[in-house]
Design a protein around this ligand. Sequence first.
Ligand code: GLN
Length: 389
Amino acid sequence: MKKLSARTEGFTDSVIRRMTRVCNQYGAVNLSQGFPDFEPPAAILDRLQQVAHEDYHQYAVTWGSQRLRDALARKQSRFMGCPIDPNSEIVVTCGSTEAMMAAVMTVTDPGDKLIVFSPFYENYGADVILAGAEPIYVPLYPPEFNFKPEELEAAFRQNPKALILCNPSNPSGKVFTREELLLIADLAEKYDTYVITDEVYEHIVYAPHEHVYFATLPGMWERTLSCSSLSKTYSITGWRIGYIIAPPAIIDVAKKVHDFLTVGTAAPLQEAVVPGLLFEQSYYDWLRELYTGKRDLMLKGLDDLGIAHTVPQGAYYLLLDISRYGFASDLEFCEVLARDVGVGAVPGSSFFREPVNHLIRLHFAKKDETLLEALNRLESLDKKIKPRR
Ligand code: GLN
């Protein structure tokens, strides 16, 4: 038999999603793959029930149903503070996972280079490889996860086609400041580079931090592909509804890529989510408060247990320092943690380009009782996994 594709040899299956399977195997509280265990808003669920008996069972328009795009354009125009045309400036995709892949395919040819900050959400590595592109990694330095402007400019000097910007950032919890974004914008302009954003945590930002949409910075609309999704904002990660927002010339190409990749995301779900997009500001205030409460619960719980951790400015992830347990492999640590302590985490190494193996990622998009159960189990951590330092 001939060899299967060489391009898939460079990466494994997703470690994030593998950890969910490990959690299920050991009955661990799953704080690995980031998804909520609480219900989506009632208005969306009520509409879902009705939709079953309406005429939404065949393909929607490939780049998204008219009603969804109209509602999304209204919502994003409000938050981004610029008018977005629902017909020429949006493509609805199967989650931001497809949005990012389609954006990379829209912008690059095989051999093109893409700047990726490290740590990064693991899909970007695979996206770049699947597109036949080449990543240029630029480190973000803890604890603030700041980049060094000279290192970023050195990456831009290598003639990249685009930069991938995850903001708020998974797994670091960094929310890029306006000043940092303006610096990136200057470089994007100077080196004529596109910017592909992943802004799925746009509404999960902790005061005093604020989310700045990269596309709204001076001159950036023309060169930005803003990717996001409804998964985190409305707690519907299984619905797989994401989107790309960009100027018409870019969206024309993204529509073609998307059409041949997936045709479209589930038509009944596109209809059922519309009431969510019509929510008032109070919903987004509530969401921010909800996650602020969960973040504070986890921070206090971990502090009480004496476990060193990052403090997220946005998104719903924490990185825990496991150096004291002296494991050579953070993957092995996560397996032992799931099996013996009953808490699921993602090994930090799956997010870093650098050889980092002393961090694990927990997420807190869970009911308070689930988080308390996880903290409760973590109390026995040092008994079950003996610190070696
Ligand atoms: N973004 C979430 C995470 O990092 C979920 C990823 C996924 O499995 N699609 O855990």
